[in-house]
Design a protein around this ligand. Structure first.
Ligand code: ADP
Length: 412
């Protein structure tokens, strides 16, 4: 809980990214209209969160990024899902309980966040903890984009499309608008959460239509009209949509019932199989990192090739859905670990789409690695771009906005 006003100008905000076996962090300092990333670090193979959080704070001291823990104005988290809550919020017991209520929908994501936030809160009880939910970016989706055709009582339970990767797709919406010379849209998205509804667009200018592909350990595709999502490939849980590293992605519900009956699976068995033993891992016969899958496919492994083919086909499926709804696009953007680092995959996703106006430039594409780049040919009607995402910056900015709003309400 936030106890009182903070310093009005320079603010240091730590963003902690808590995975089931990792803790990654970035420290930002904000001044008036500017920010710098002071430090980033992380620990893999975490078994003890208390130790990992101690090590993070020690690292910030030892690198001179902070002198005291009280130098941190807030610790912010890219949280996933909470029952009946979204947006950006100061963390309190009620919010943590609402997150815990969704543990079974996001078993790989919610429990580490709840645990990690509790440890940070215990360690730094006077420092505000801020949560930006991955669902926040989709809060204005039309009903037709979020309802499933199931009994209404299920909808009340949260059986609906939420959409995830909100911080990443929001960053892409901002940055793609800047790169396409539409600062009006970039500013609209940057200040999106300042008001209860998105700011209106300048009606005199053409619509900006972008499809953002976040492809990594988790993957999703989002269609953006004037920077605001019209939908996301994720559904109720972050296990849905595209095939994920170990998680199934979309599946016919009757196929699940059939498999459960035929193999006498309990609900827990099915949950484990769908969330840990499915996705690219299941298709490839054991690998879940696209680098390994690609190596095996190149060496002639048929299962690895199938995993790639299914992944590419599903990415194209979702791009196609949003392309149609948007009546064509101005830009297709690739981001995250796979989107930024695998040119061959971008080439396969864009293959044979010349009549839709997408023409990739093989040389520009193959030289673009984890850097911002235009990878379409000059004659391509649609720009194809690589934009490294910066989810942490989006989270830190929202935490800063929350602190500033609080300062305005309670001046020092
Ligand atoms: P997460 O979704 O867990 O944050 P990433 O966005 O890093 O993970 O995505 C993991 C995937 O991205 C892996 O399949 C891996 O193949 C790919 N990847 C990540 N970094 C690189 C890199 N530097 N070079 C090649 N592939 C990478």
């Amino acid at each position: 809980m936030w106890p009182g006003p903070v310093a009005a100008f320079a603010m240091k905000i730590l963003v902690a990214n808590l995975g089931s076996t990792s803790l990654k962090y970035r420290l930002f300092e904000f001044r008036e209209n500017d920010h710098v990333e002071l430090h980033r670090g992380g620990t893999e193979r975490v078994t003890d969160y208390v130790g990992a959080i101690d090590a993070c704070l020690r690292d910030l001291h030892e690198t001179g990024s902070i002198r005291h823990e009280r130098d941190l104005d807030a610790v912010a988290f890219k949280t996933i899902l909470a029952r009946d809550r979204s947006g950006c919020a100061f963390v309190d017991d009620e919010l943590l309980a609402a997150m815990e209520a969704c543990n079974r929908i996001a078993p790989a994501h919610n429990p580490p966040y709840v645990k990690g936030i509790r440890i940070f809160t215990h360690r730094m009880p006077k420092t505000p903890m801020v949560a930006l939910f991955e669902t926040a970016f989709y809060q204005w989706l039309p009903e037709a984009a979020c309802r499933y055709a199931v009994p209404e009582s299920w909808y009340a339970l949260g059986v609906r499309r939420f959409g995830y990767h909100g911080a990443s797709h929001k960053f892409i919406a901002e940055r793609s608008a800047d790169l396409l010379q539409r600062p009006d849209i970039g500013d609209r998205v940057r200040s999106l959460y300042d008001r209860p509804q998105p700011a209106p667009t300048d009606s005199g200018r053409p619509e900006l239509r972008v499809i953002s592909c976040h492809l990594g350990g988790s993957s999703s595709v989002t269609g953006l009209r004037n920077g605001i999502p019209i939908g996301n490939s994720f559904g109720t849980s972050p296990q849905s949509g595209l095939p994920q590293n170990n998680r199934s992605g979309d599946l016919d519900p009757f196929a699940l019932l059939h498999a459960m009956r035929e193999q006498s699976l309990s609900v827990d068995d099915a949950e484990r199989l769908l969330s840990r033993e499915s996705g690219l891992r299941a298709l490839s016969g054991g690998d879940n990192d696209l680098r390994d899958i690609r190596q095996k496919a190149l060496a002639g492994d048929g299962k690895a090739q199938t995993a790639i083919d299914v992944f590419v086909s599903q990415i194209r499926h979702w791009i196609g859905a949003f392309f149609f709804e948007l009546d064509g696009i101005d830009a297709l953007v690739f981001t995250a670990g796979i989107g930024e680092n695998h040119p061959w995959l971008r080439e396969q996703v864009c293959a044979g789409l010349e009549r839709l106006g997408l023409l990739i430039d093989p040389i520009a594409n193959h030289t673009a690695m984890a850097t911002e780049a235009l990878v379409s040919a000059p004659e391509s009607r649609v720009q194809i771009r690589v934009i490294p995402t910066n989810e942490e910056l989006v989270v830190a900015r929202e935490a800063r906005r929350m602190l500033q709003a609080l300062n305005t309400a309670n001046p020092i």
